[in-house]
Design a protein around this ligand. Structure first.
Ligand code: SAM
Length: 282
């Protein structure tokens, strides 16, 4: 049986049995492979790094979407940077309050191949009338747009290759510019046990533009190395501390059924282990 070895971390990797390779080509921007596995269903990797699997995608997509949208409440305009598989877009559109979801993806091939080979992940979200799909570099979009958003969600690859620009101080400053007053920025921020510098760098870079920034955590089995950090930034420090009764009420009113997210977990996710607190203050 063939295997896929992800070698994101020096000297430590995860390996998948492959039952079938569905697609493997270099797009205009990155190497894209899609394959079937007995354990994690269908998997997509970009430049050898696992992006999404049909077995555990809901964890990441629920936590990166419902935490900011329920903390903020009554969110109307959402900007998604990256996210070409459509998972964040799907979860965003489950909120009836959302009127516009703008998804800015660099690589058209990721969208097209996700629609073809992972239709359940986007689950029709790309054809929702509230969706505006823009194929361009996220850095360019946030620097130039005159639109304003309640929430910006950066569902990027890791800070290597095309995703690297989405971890810079100037990018976070432009995200701040695109947010309405009191809006929230959340980001994919790696696995701190192996990518501790991403915590240190993101914390320092976001703090240059936002009054309040920190992280929250989620456990995604195929983002190996323990839990992952999700970056959080807003000028409204209260949004990180919304009480669990309010979260429970908003979650119940939204009538969204999740497999990972709960209001109590939302609250607990912001309690960080000491090593992450130490990385933030390095
Ligand atoms: N959930 C995954 C993770 O946590 O690593 C990310 C999945 S999503 C497929 C990542 C997307 O970011 C890819 O489709 C990639 O093309 C896109 N991307 C990378 N750099 C980008 C950029 N500069 N602007 C817009 N999209 C970008």
């Amino acid at each position: 049986m063939k295997r896929f070895d992800e070698i994101l971390h020096n000297g430590y990797s995860q390996s998948f049995d492959i039952t079938r390779i569905i697609f493997h080509e270099k797009t205009e921007h990155q190497e894209l492979v899609i394959f079937e596995t007995p354990t994690f269903g269908r998997v997509m990797a970009l430049d050898n790094i696992v992006q999404v699997t049909t077995r555990d995608e809901h964890v990441y997509h629920e936590m990166l979407t419902h935490v900011p949208l329920l903390a903020k409440g009554n969110v109307k305009d959402v900007l998604i940077i990256g996210g070409g598989d459509g998972g964040i877009l799907r979860e965003t559109l489950r909120h009836a309050s959302v009127q516009h979801a703008t998804l800015v993806e660099l690589d058209r091939a990721v969208v097209d191949l996700s629609l073809e080979h992972f239709p359940d992940i986007s689950n029709g979200a790309f054809s929702d009338p509230r969706t505006d799909l823009i194929i361009t570099d996220g850095v360019k979009f946030v620097a130039e747009t005159d639109k304003r958003f309640d929430v910006v969600i950066v569902d990027s690859t890791d800070p290597v290759g095309p995703g690297e620009v989405l971890f810079t101080e100037s990018f976070y400053a432009d995200c701040h510019r695109c947010l309405k007053e009191g809006g929230v920025l959340v980001t994919q921020n790696g696995v701190p046990f192996f990518q501790g510098d991403e915590v240190t760098n993101t914390y320092q870079r976001m703090a240059k533009s936002f009054a309040d920034n920190s992280f929250y955590t989620a456990v995604v089995p195929t983002y190996i190395g323990g839990f992952m950090t999700l970056g959080w930034a807003s000028d409204d420090a209260g949004l990180r501390h919304v009480d669990v009764e309010t979260l429970r009420a908003r979650f119940a009113a939204a009538q969204i059924k999740c497999r990972y997210y709960t209001p109590d977990l939302h609250k607990a996710a912001f309690a960080l282990p000491q090593f992450i607190l130490d990385l933030m203050r390095k």
